[in-house]
Design a protein around this ligand. Sequence first.
Ligand SMILES: Cc1cc2nc3c(=O)[nH]c(=O)nc-3n(C[C@H](O)[C@H](O)[C@H](O)COP(=O)(O)OP(=O)(O)OC[C@H]3O[C@@H](n4cnc5c(N)ncnc54)[C@H](O)[C@@H]3O)c2cc1C
Ligand code: SF4
Length: 821
Amino acid sequence: MTHHINRPHLVVIGNGMAGCRAVEELLARDPNRYRVTIFGAEPHVNYNRIMLSPVLAGEKTFDEIVINPRDWYDGNGIELVPGDSVTGIDRAAQTVTAASGRTVRYDKLLIATGSDPFIIPVPGKDLPGVISFRDMKDVDAMLEAADKGGDAVVIGGGLLGLEAAHGLTLRGMKVTVLHLMPTLMERQLDEAAGWLLKSELESRGQTILTGADTAEILGTDHVEGVKLKDGRVIPASLVVMAVGIRPSTALAREAGLAVGRGIHVDDHMITSDPDVLAVGECVEHDGNVYGLVAPLWEMCRALADGLVEAPTGYRGSVTSTKLKVSGIDLFSAGDFSGGDGAEDIVLRDASRGIYKRVVVKDDRIVGAVLYGDTADGSWYFDLLKKQEDISDLRDLLIFGQAFAQGGGQADPKAAVAALSDDAEICGCNGVSKGEVVACIAKGAASLDAVRTGCKASASCGSCTGLVETLLAVTLGDAVQSGPKTMCKCTSFGHDDVRREIVVQGMRSIPEVMQKLHWSTPDGCSSCRPALNYYLLCALPGDYQDDQQSRFVNERMHANIQKDGTYSVVPRMWGGITSPRELRAIADVVEKYDAPMVKVTGGQRLDIFGIRKEDLPAVWADLNAAGMVSGHAYGKALRTVKTCVGSEWCRFGTQDSTGLGVKLERGFWGSWMPHKFKMAVSGCPRNCAEATIKDFGVVCVDSGYELHVGGNGGIHVRATDLLVKVATEDEAMHYAAAFVQLYREEARYLERTAPWIERVGLQYLKDRIVEDEVARDTLAARFWYSQTFSQDDPWAERVAGDAREQHAHMAAFTPIRTEELA
Ligand SMILES: Cc1cc2nc3c(=O)[nH]c(=O)nc-3n(C[C@H](O)[C@H](O)[C@H](O)COP(=O)(O)OP(=O)(O)OC[C@H]3O[C@@H](n4cnc5c(N)ncnc54)[C@H](O)[C@@H]3O)c2cc1C
Ligand code: SF4
């Protein structure tokens, strides 16, 4: 790094959102101008603080919210000093000294120390178990508390408090929110929207107490509860204070810089000392301090322009807010307190839970609150920031941009196309429309490429729809539809939908469609079966299977053939049969005139040519002989193929048939992302072809080799060896863990072979072989779900109300009870 030494030294205090963004902006303008050192009190690289809420809620991991990984610092020659707070600034000597004792000289100093959470000075505030919500350390503390369960009290019903409450609720705590004011988020929402929000949160199980003034935090050596001024006591093992923040100014004040509410800066972010700059939440500009990221992006641009001697100047910011609580759409911007000459335009649609209010003064928008449908938030915000005259649009303004500008016929894309270049698209990362379009112009042709190129939509995802529209508007047909979306009804990908189902505790297909904004009223033939499966997998025993969301073969529990008749395959455990079963099959063939019986590739007998209306009777006859459905049609366990193994074969080392029977009896009935086949071979000669099955066992002298991810279909794929085990019990245990991982993480209609190629064999080994706890919990979840799924669909249909659905529409002949016996 010697070539850096002669450059002026820029020292940054604070490795947070503003400090790093300022450096990014500077590097973009002139990467060689300064040698940069960044001090950070936290022990991490730069991460997206906004996304702590999704980390707490379990929607993101810490790694996913890192903005600049270690490589970024190294690659740009930046020295990062993590976990070391700066404790003093000596302006005369131009040095800073950190807690570790390290002192460095600066040519330019940038203070970006952010804010300190405000702690209300009540008795008990210092008890263990009372924390704020500001950094990763706080999130870790909350997660640790949530692991123990119990009651949490969140003091503060603003943006932060509600996001904390949401996360803790999802983590299983019983949460009470205490808010001093009569309505939630009163600084961002009006009364009506605050009420809608409160009702929604209460319906999710939270207790919201408004007008609640905290008197004392109770407890001796750990927090035990919160006492209100009206005498009420709320039990709590965790108290989160989220009542506000104060610019972190102590260092600057001690260094003799001009400080008011925040560190005073001019339009170029220069403090009262020309060599000291400040940016972010710690500053006061023109009498204002800010607690959101959008202003700091603007400040960082002005700061970097100034550092490269092309000053542009910061003129203050108008802010907007979104609440990052999944399933609640809420947008607020500007001033909606009314007052002289202000007029309200309101739209309420109670049944859809939509409330919109736009406040207009002198034909200009001064404020907007949207609840339930926030699609037009950017448009109102743009009009507000530009102070455009809306008198021509006024009558239709509340219906949104497409309607107001196109009389209801307009292409919704026109709304996005009409946004100005500096309209904000991604609030989390401060990306404007112009920047997204420039990124697309440079070659980003898919959502993923835009996310990588300019970070728009890479964080909370609420602007994904806008980015997709910009792609469509800019590129037309050339947009590469990334692999992500599940189908045309949604902009969410399979993995996102699965995660949201679990995180939001969704329980039905309509609920998923409602909460994730499906663009079609009832979905389509792609998403319905997938959602049905994801819900079945997530809620064993709880979720009611939706037959209408299954393909015809699954609905009929038989395979429809080219002449419209069905084929029926009874299960033959591990390929073994008996005279009674053979007789029952022969009888069915004769009785129902089945023209053909065929031995399948999976060692079973397939009876062809059964008429739809005869299906229940056929099942009844086969059931009577003790046979159950072979799920030959289902996205489920099909066959377990076996060889004769040690019982009969000269080479067999283990009882492969016996293990095959055990596997089939254990695993049948389990719904999977796709069809699933198993096999057990008694020795490496592999007569059961176990190495082209989803799960294959090859017995060897010393035990059992467990193979996964084989496929004998169009693209033949041989299995990968997962692990070798010594006993049958271990083989069963690993099989359960593997199947459950596949059930929980593969996408619907993804067989094990492509799934393993996508995630990598090492991933499976890490989860199932190396991690004993993960293996045990996966297996336990599998066996738990099996307690609900081993119901024979044939028996259910024969007895159930739905049996008539198999009858001819014209000649309706109910099945006689003696036929069912
Ligand atoms: C949970 C949460 C959710 C949020 N959600 C949103 C949202 O949805 N939308 C939005 O716009 N904003 C949101 N915010 C606010 C947003 O995160 C802040 O506006 C933004 O992080 C401010 O950036 P900053 O760099 O000024 O401060 P920070 O990001 O806090 O960075 C300051 C850094 O300086 C370090 N530091 C302080 N003193 C010293 C010292 N003496 N020596 C060394 N290092 C020091 C701190 O440890 C910290 O890492 C949220 C904040 C939180 C906590
Ligand atoms: S795999 Fe081995 S044990 Fe099984 S039938 Fe073939 S040779 Fe015999």
